[in-house]
Every structure is written in C-alpha cells, then in structure tokens.
Design a binder for this molecule. Structure first.
Ligand SMILES: N=CN[C@@H](CCC(=O)O)C(=O)O
Ligand SMILES: [Mn+2]
Ligand SMILES: [Mn+2]
Length: 322
C-alpha cells in the first residue's frame, strides 16, 4: 500500500521487566488490515505520518515524524491495563507523494476497519488534516450500521480550523470541509471547540463559526477555575449527539507544555483542564475515537510535547479500561 507503513517495533523499547510492567511489553505490532477482532476490549494505535496539510497551510513542517515520537514516549510508560485488554500498534498512514487526500482516504479506511472490529482507535498525527480522514472513518462505520447515529466533534484547539478550502484542503480546513459536506447531506454539523484563542483566529473565522452554529469556549475561560461551567457546556453538547469524536490539537496547550508544534500558543491552556474535560467526556459513555494532531518533534524541547501526548494517551486508555 502506497500510503501506509507497517508498525516499527523499534519504536517500542524501554526497561525490561518480563512481567508486562511497561507498555512496550504489552503492545502487539500488527499490520493494520491484519489486526484481529479482539476477544474482549482493545485499543489500536494508528499513526497519521503526514504534514502535507501543514505545508499547504504555510506552517512549519515536521509533524510527519509526530506519530513515532509519541509511540516511543508511550513505550516507556508503565502498563496498568488489565490483561484482558489488548493494545495494538497498527502502523502509520503515510504521505510519500504529497497526496494528502489519498492519505486521508487511507486513514478513513483504516479507522473504519478498526471500529468494525470493535477496537477503540487512537490516531496519532500528523497535521490537523488528520481530523477529516478520521471523521470519515467513524462516519463510514456508523453509516454501515444504518442506525442514523450522529457524531459530535469536540476539538481541543487554539484554532477553529474552519478555513474555507477554496484554494486547497489543508490542516486549517478539515472542519469547514466536514461542515459543507454535512450541509449537502442535510445533516447537522455538531462541533464544540475548547480553548479558542482570539489572537489566533481572524474575524472571518469567528464569522464562519457563528454561521455554522459552532459552540466554543475561549482560551481565557478554558481554565480550571471555570470547570463546573465548562462541564455543563460539554454535557449539554454531548446530550445532543449519539457518539463523540475527540480531536486534540497539541498547539492548544500553552507552549510551556507543548513547544513541539507548528503554531505554538504561549497563552494556551493547561493539561489539567484538558484532563478534567476528557474525564467528563469519557463518563458520558459516548466517546468512539480520539486523535492527537500537530505533534512536531522538530520544535520539541526535551521530548516534552511527545511526553504530554503520550501521557494523555495513557490517561485515556487507563480511564476507558481501568
Ligand atoms: N491546524 C492549524 N491551523 C491553524 C494554523 C495557524 C498558524 O499557522 O498560525 C490555522 O490555520 O488557523
Ligand atoms: Mn491549532
Ligand atoms: Mn487544529
């Protein structure tokens, strides 16, 4: 397959316990289309090693190498998952030829296949164009069940990523593309953004958000002291949808925590508020899939951003399967 590479076991190294004390001892590296249906519960990691969308959006490239550094960081972390829960590394979607749409298509097919086999996918990017392929993978899975289930998108991000894709599709356009497709299909566009920065989104973007009825929490308010109000808004949003897809753009975090991104946020949010909101979302029982976007090792400092992403993956996995 042109837009795919098999899992690399070199990413999974760390202390040896021979008792599965560490995640590198727990994970099974299996090519995407060979990942079996698990006997019980399972998490499947899939990389989106593509920064073509960042390049097209005039950003700083390097996110192509994001998935592998998150996996390397996760490998060294302790494993507290029950032995009945499986953990797979299903490799990376790649973009060797700049054909981002083909990479998104391959991602969509991969996500559908994992969901059809009853895995919980965690997709590691890559530019935020990951969201377009990921969303379509979830949609294809749900549509095939013909239950008309709706998807709510919750985006932790400094940016709306609602740029109009008139010139090209890129890392700043995924949610606009989804909104326009939903409009054509006459289905609701359910989109909640947490951490939007006024100094990082222009007037047109706020206008587009208004026209599309987007719910958002500004970064000034996306703080732990407003947790109870934020939880109320999140729960109100979740109530209106059947399934929730969470996408976490690492550039929404303050650059004190996440310097390794294309567009850093000195005044961004903290990991603490994000973790609290993730708990609220997971408690709803509607979370179907998660991704991380914009991990760029080229600008990381001491592997801090990779470690933050890995800690969040660790948190989500252990909260879902205690
Ligand atoms: N995915 C990122 N999108 C942002 C990038 C902002 C920037 O380059 O400064 C956006 O297009 O708004
Ligand atoms: Mn962003
Ligand atoms: Mn984004």
């Amino acid at each position: 397959m042109k837009h795919y590479s098999n899992p690399d076991s070199n990413n999974w190294q760390g202390r040896i316990s021979n008792k599965s004390l560490y995640l590198h001892e727990k994970v099974k590296c299996v090519p995407l289309m060979e990942v079996p249906e698990p006997p019980k519960k399972s998490i499947a990691l899939l990389g989106y090693a593509c920064d073509e969308g960042v390049k097209r959006n005039q950003g700083r490239v390097g996110a192509e190498y994001g998935p592998d550094v998150i996996k390397k960081s996760l490998a060294k972390m302790p494993n507290h998952l029950p032995s009945t829960v499986q953990l797979y590394d299903a490799g990376n979607i790649t973009c060797p030829d700049g054909d981002m749409e083909a990479a998104q298509n391959a991602l969509s097919t991969g996500v559908t296949s994992l969901l059809d086999k009853k895995h919980f996918p965690i997709v590691l990017g890559g530019g935020h164009d990951v969201a377009y392929g990921h969303y379509h993978g979830i949609k294809k899975h749900l549509d095939s069940k013909q239950q008309g289930q709706s998807i709510g998108i919750i985006n932790f991000d400094a940016h709306f990523d609602l740029r109009q894709n008139g010139n090209n599709n890129n890392s700043g356009t995924p949610f606009y593309q989804i909104a326009m497709e939903n409009k054509a299909e006459e289905i609701n566009f359910n989109y909640l953004c947490l951490g939007i920065r006024k100094d990082a989104n222009d007037r047109n973007l706020f206008q587009t958000a208004k026209e599309l009825d987007v719910n958002f929490v500004l970064s000034d308010t996306f703080q732990i002291q407003f947790l109870s109000e934020i939880n109320t808004w999140i729960n109100a949003f979740i109530k209106t949808v059947d399934k929730v897809y969470v996408t976490i753009d690492l550039d929404g975090f303050s650059s004190a925590y996440a310097p390794g991104v294309s567009a850093p946020s000195p005044m961004g949010f903290t990991p603490h508020i994000a973790v609290e909101c993730l708990k609220t979302i997971m408690a709803s029982g509607k979370l179907i899939s998660v991704d991380f976007a914009e991990m760029n090792p080229k600008f990381d400092n001491d592997g801090q951003t990779a470690k933050l992403a890995a800690s969040l993956v660790h948190h989500i996995a252990h909260e879902l399967f205690p």
